[in-house]
Design a protein around this ligand. Structure first.
Ligand code: MN
Length: 207
């Protein structure tokens, strides 16, 4: 099943050119992971990824996550990614899909908080299908509840990512501004680009 879910992901990439994982070696994993990549592409954005049913469901968040419950951050649903993508940090070559620098801005585990109006637990897959989900993140930078609410615009691709009012909420924090570095390697996007960028210039031969 996760193989079918990755067809879109694979179609967009040339794995002879990019060091991103092609997927397929990710077995079942117990703790459900979440990762937030900082992606310095044509437009800088953050990619929220939640492990669901053997893949990383993904949303591109232009402004990144907030810790202020009054902030509603646009989160655009993008294609599922393989579980191994959660470990990816590096440079996607020029001319490739998503060309730019990627670092692991936050990572950890999460649990499902989704429930219906009567307070009954709702499985995450179902909650996401219904366009209304909540997760509890235990990351290095982000902690606590976040709601994901699908809007009616743009054929269901647009969601809002909203911090829930709990002990992890803090309107004065600005984590994307004050904590720009990778939780995996401590590097900034500039350092990742310098360490792992192309040695030569783009060949221009691809697409
Ligand atoms: Mn991205």
């Amino acid at each position: 099943m996760s193989d079918d879910r990755l067809a879109d992901y694979r179609r967009k990439r040339d794995f002879r050119r990019t060091s991103e994982p092609s997927g397929g070696s990710g077995g079942p994993s117990h703790a459900r992971r979440f990762v937030i990549h900082k992606h310095d592409a044509r437009n800088l954005h953050y990619d929220l990824r939640l492990e669901v049913d053997g893949v990383l469901m993904s949303w591109a968040v232009p402004k990144g996550p907030s810790t202020d419950p009054r902030e509603k951050r646009l989160a655009v649903a993008v294609e599922d990614h393989p579980l191994e993508y959660g470990d990816f940090e590096g440079v996607i070559p020029d001319g490739e899909y998503g060309a730019g620098t990627v670092l692991i801005w936050d990572a950890g585990t999460y649990r499902n908080l989704s429930h219906d109006e009567d307070g009954r637990d709702v499985p995450l897959t179902e909650a996401l299908a219904n366009g209304r989900a909540a997760v509890w993140l235990e990351g290095e930078k982000l902690e606590g509840g976040y709601a994901l609410v699908r809007t009616k615009r743009d054929e269901g691709r647009d969601w809002l990512l909203i911090k829930m009012a709990d002990e992890g909420a803090d309107a004065r924090r600005d984590p994307t501004g004050t904590q720009p570095e990778s939780v995996a390697t401590g590097r900034t996007v500039e350092q990742v680009a310098r360490d792992e960028g192309p040695r030569g210039t783009s060949s221009g031969a691809v697409r």
